[in-house]
Every structure is written in structure tokens, then in C-alpha cells.
Design a protein. Sequence first.
Length: 180
Amino acid sequence: MDAQPAKAVVDRISIVQMQERYSLSTRQAVYDRLRKLDITPVRGTIDTETELPLMDRLHEEGQAPKSALSTMSTRQNELSSRQVDNQLQQEKMLSMLEALATRLQPPEPSAIASLRERLELLELCAQQGNTLSTAELAEVLNLKTDTLRHKTDHSQYGYTFTRAGKHSHELAWKVTKVQV
């Protein structure tokens, strides 16, 4: 007589039975819980030995409002503290970048040093006979370009500036030192 090994009998529970067991209003609610647990039903059933205890545990956690609320509260507190930490880190990083940018910027020249540089430029232009465009002259004299556009000559800092044709697309200005 050939004895065949006994097949293991696996008890299964249907989706409808789980819906009744957990007092759920729809079968979709059962499927949603199964999806949370990464359980795939076979022909509308699950294994009672391995998968049903997981469903029971999930149901118990859902029935205990204090633990659910405390879990949510803990998660919210963790999120809030992470957000605060991130914001503080961003603010700290921003202030460090601002400090670095301030250090990397060249110091602004004093008003006197700036005036001296501009006067030296005017002296060179007068000596070498160079002309300046309206925009360049306005920058050297700290004027708006419109101030010079309607003039034929202008005097400032002991120099006379006279229109002398065109410089690219702008008017050109000849620089002459006033003799005393």
C-alpha cells in the first residue's frame, strides 16, 4: 500500500466574513486594510493562520482611539519639531551666507577717494585729448545723462566739457582744464 503524504489544510476566511468580523460597512474597507498590510487575497480569501492575525492587530489598533490619537499627536510633534529644526538651520545658513557675502564684497571707496579718482581721470583726458561719451561723463560728474544731453558745454571741478561730435551712438565730450 502506497501511503501518500497528507496535504496541509489551510483555513481561509472570505472578504465578506472579514467585513462582518470587523463590522465594516463595505468590502472596499476590507480591501483597503489588506492593501495597508500588503496582503493579496487569493480568490477573495486570506489565510487564517498567518494573515488573519495581522488583520486582527490592525483592527485592534484602529479600535483604540487613545493610541491612535497619541500616535497622530506624536507624529505631528515630530513633524513640527523637524520643521522648526529645518527652519532654524535655513536661517542659520542664510545668516552665514550673508556674512560671507559681506566679507567678499570689496569695501566701498570713501567719497574723497572716489572724487580723487574721478579728478585724475579728468586730468588724463584733458592731457591726452581723449573724449568721453555722455554716459561716461555723467558718471564721472555724478550727474544724470539728461542733464548733459541738452547742453553744448558744461563746467565743473575746474574743467570745461564741450560737445565734440559723436562717440559711438552718443555725443562725445572734449575735456579741457580751465587755466587760472
